[in-house]
Design a protein around this ligand. Structure first.
Ligand code: 5GP
Length: 219
């Protein structure tokens, strides 16, 4: 194998970043998981979504979300600035396109923390993306985590549980389901799942091509 190829070899050859879509029931602990993933491993970039929802206490514009008006959101759709968007419990959420594409091009694995309609749109556009669904071990635990968070009214919690009932039906479309019963363990599993995607044959086409060329000249 050529020196160049050997240098890049590390169990796999990293050509381009993976697009990892993480969804999960509201209250399943996705936010904390994402924070820990980014803190523990340096190959990830977290996409920041635009939303028309009001910030929760402690949320920062440009860090947790880009909080925008309905008018600005419509303009983003019109200007083709979003990779996907969806409506979720009375508000709009969307993934800004430019950041995701630039980070993947740099070789970063990009995390989209989005709901199911958006996830399916990403899968249609990027067949190589990996879709991972996070859940609590039980529905009871989900309700208790939502209540403990204390940031939503009973009415919104009810809507989020109703939404979970709908999403539970679509979960088969995902590649993996991760039960978040222990933060450290789940963060490790999540990292393995995403890093394994680099070894897919479809991610290694340039390597295979180079290998085939060398086979022809090796004897
Ligand atoms: P929350 O209001 O709890 O922050 O988010 C509500 C839901 O919207 C979550 O399921 C979250 O994953 C999803 N979401 C956040 N950003 C986006 C986005 O850019 N696109 C889509 N489709 N869903 C998103």
């Amino acid at each position: 194998m050529s020196k160049e190829t050997e240098k890049k070899h590390d169990g796999f050859i990293r050509r381009k970043g993976i697009l990892a879509v993480i969804s999960g029931f509201s209250g399943a602990g996705k936010g904390t998981l994402m924070k820990e993933l980014i803190r523990n491993y340096d190959n990830y970039s977290l996409s920041i979504s635009a939303t028309t929802r009001q910030p929760r206490p402690g949320e920062v514009d440009g860090k947790d979300y880009f909080f925008v008006s309905k008018e600005r959101f419509k303009e983003m759709i019109k200007n083709d600035e979003l990779l996907e968007y969806a409506q979720y419990v009375d508000n709009y959420y969307g993934t800004p396109k430019a950041y995701v594409e630039a980070e993947m091009e740099k070789g970063k694995d990009v995390i989209l923390e989005i709901e199911i309609q958006g996830a399916l749109k990403i899968r249609a556009k990027y067949p190589d993306s990996v879709l991972i669904f996070i859940t609590t071990p039980s529905a009871e635990e989900l309700l208790s985590r939502l209540k403990k968070r204390g940031t939503e009214s009973d009415e919104v919690i009810k809507k989020r549980i109703e939404r979970a009932m709908l999403e539970a039906v679509g979960v088969e479309a995902y590649d993996y389901i991760l039960i978040n019963d222990n933060l450290d363990k789940t963060v490790k599993h999540l990292n393995y799942l995403i890093q394994d995607q680099h070894m897919r044959a479809s991610q290694q086409l340039e390597f295979l091509e180079e290998f085939q060329k060398e086979l022809r000249t090796v004897i």
